[in-house]
Ligand binder design. Structure first.
Ligand SMILES: Cc1cc2nc3c(=O)[nH]c(=O)nc-3n(C[C@H](O)[C@H](O)[C@H](O)COP(=O)(O)OP(=O)(O)OC[C@H]3O[C@@H](n4cnc5c(N)ncnc54)[C@H](O)[C@@H]3O)c2cc1C
Ligand code: FES
Length: 266
């Protein structure tokens, strides 16, 4: 883990609220893995004071790295306005990643909204290794589904919108409803060795973990709650543990990826 300054090389607009920041000078992230994250702070004085946490979308060989951001509040809206060449303070790589793709497993990736970032990177790694994965990708409406062209290039995908606004094609099956409704039939047809990796809103991850439990499939969840320091110093990211000697784990240093059975998903 290292603190360094990266320069914005690109700010790729995906929708009214979502964008990909392309950063250069991120050599310190070169050994990071999907599921790990960075704390990011712009040159914006004292307000907001705290850095913001973002999963690493991918690293590139030339010291570049990307993050996928959804503008929600003050910090992310300031990042949305970031100009090419701007300097950002980065701390990372942080946290524990998802397990690397493995030929002996069938990874079922379940993403909601911008939670797709670490899972898309995992799918890219899997493809490079010749390992098959499938992504179930859901959002309320089609405007919240991002990077579909990049996803389609690396893995098979089923897309769900709660309002049915995305119309599917043969190559890109689309469902009206929650992402768990698309996942359920797949869990009734288990071939053994399935592992669920999920990242997105907490209610979605709770439902995914519950489905996995009901079908005897292990789930790993990546929790993306609020973080102030990212390094285990502020104790602000405590997650209750189930049946363990200590009552809490800390999402930033024990996670953000956890066995769903170990924690109470916030
Ligand atoms: C591991 C991880 C990965 C993430 N990955 C992504 C991603 O890839 N893309 C994405 O768009 N979003 C991601 N998020 C969510 C992202 O961090 C938030 O959307 C972002 O912090 C919101 O910042 P804001 O200033 O826009 O919102 P605001 O609502 O203004 O601020 C939210 C922020 O308030 C601060 N805060 C408030 N209360 C507390 C408290 N009690 N303790 C600590 N901090 C507090 C934190 O800095 C928090 O992040 C991730 C979060 C985590 C933890
Ligand atoms: S964010 Fe400070 S301890 Fe986890």
């Amino acid at each position: 883990m290292k603190e360094f300054v990266a320069n914005v090389f690109g700010n790729r607009v995906l929708s009214e609220t979502s964008f990909v920041l392309e950063l250069e000078g991120c050599e310190a992230l070169s050994s990071s893995e999907p599921g790990q994250f960075v704390m990011v702070r712009g040159d914006w004085g004292r307000d907001p004071l705290l850095p913001r946490a973002f999963s690493i979308l991918r690293t590139k060989p030339n010291g570049r790295a990307e993050i996928l951001v959804k503008a929600m509040g003050k910090g992310t809206r300031l990042l949305q306005l970031t100009k090419i060449g701007a300097a950002l303070k980065i701390l990372g790589p942080l946290g524990r990643p998802f397990p690397a793709p493995d030929r002996t497993r069938m990874d079922l990736l379940v993403a909601g909204g911008v939670g797709v970032a670490p899972l898309l990177w995992h799918a890219e790694r899997a493809r490079a290794m010749g390992v098959e994965v499938h992504l179930f990708y859901g959002a309320r409406t089609k405007a919240d589904l991002v990077l579909l062209d990049e996803i389609e290039r690396v893995c098979s995908v089923s897309v769900s919108t709660e309002d049915g606004s995305l119309v599917g094609t043969q190559a890109l099956p689309a469902f009206k409803g929650r992402v768990t409704e698309a996942l359920t039939p797949r869990l009734k047809d288990l071939r053994g060795q399935e592992l669920i990796l999920t990242c997105g809103p907490n209610p979605m991850m709770r439902a995914v973990a519950e489905l996995g439990r009901a079908h005897g499939v292990r789930s790993l969840v990546s929790v993306e709650g609020e973080m102030a320091c990212g390094i285990g110093a502020c104790l602000g990211c405590a997650i209750p543990l189930v049946n363990e000697a200590r009552p809490f784990a800390y999402a930033c240093c024990d996670g953000p990826v956890f066995e769903s059975e170990r924690i109470v998903i916030p």
